[in-house]
Design a protein around this ligand. Sequence first.
Ligand code: BTN
Length: 243
Amino acid sequence: QEIHYFDEVDSTNNAAKKLAANGCPEGTIVVAESQVGGRGRLARGWFSPPGKGIWLSVVLRPPFSPMDAAKCTLMAAVGVTRAINSVTGIGCGIKWPNDILWQGRKVVGILTEMSAEMDAINFVVIGMGINVNVNQEDFPSEIASVATSLSVAAGCEISRIKLLTAMLSELEAVYMLAKNSGFALVLEEWKKNSITLGQQVDVYGIDRNFSGQAFDIDADGALLIKTFQGVERVLAGDVSIRP
Ligand code: BTN
């Protein structure tokens, strides 16, 4: 396995995509102390201060079809949740599709990017940003009310190395589970940890906005929502949970 460690990079996802395009093996990881161009979903940035988090990207070459890239995000969310729960003991939950929250505030963001040709995946880069030891007062004001860190949640410093080790082994275990035993088991675990299912949500989709009750996710990881018009299926976009 290749591990690429940087003191500072623009974005670990960018570095991982370059390595992947040059043929690095599956399981290659890129980790950095800080990112100066950390990226979030929907063209947002990602606050990545030095030494305070785990800014990590993993290269996979999954046997899934490009349609199934959403599965990688769900797998990562399950693996990271397992690791956080075992290392820190705080109870956090998954907000569809890719956020891990503690008491309504985001502690982890996941950004999955892929390269596909024809009907096969070339590679997938799963980028994970974990706010490990960020002080609450250090978050930029735009995200201060919606973000927090594991150390704030736990009330003490968290060992980044312990958490990173646990994450990598859980991610591998979840990936093996998906490949060998089928994706249904991963979905089940995702659902168990979900804070979205059963809630009233507002959906900001790629091409439309609507509201309804999130009641399930399907085999592709799409969120299913009951509305007055019927059942809507959302594969990408943003969801906010009504208080
Ligand atoms: C989001 O919630 O919008 C996704 C955030 C993903 C952040 C991580 S940090 C490591 C990797 N490199 C990046 O530039 N982004 C991801």
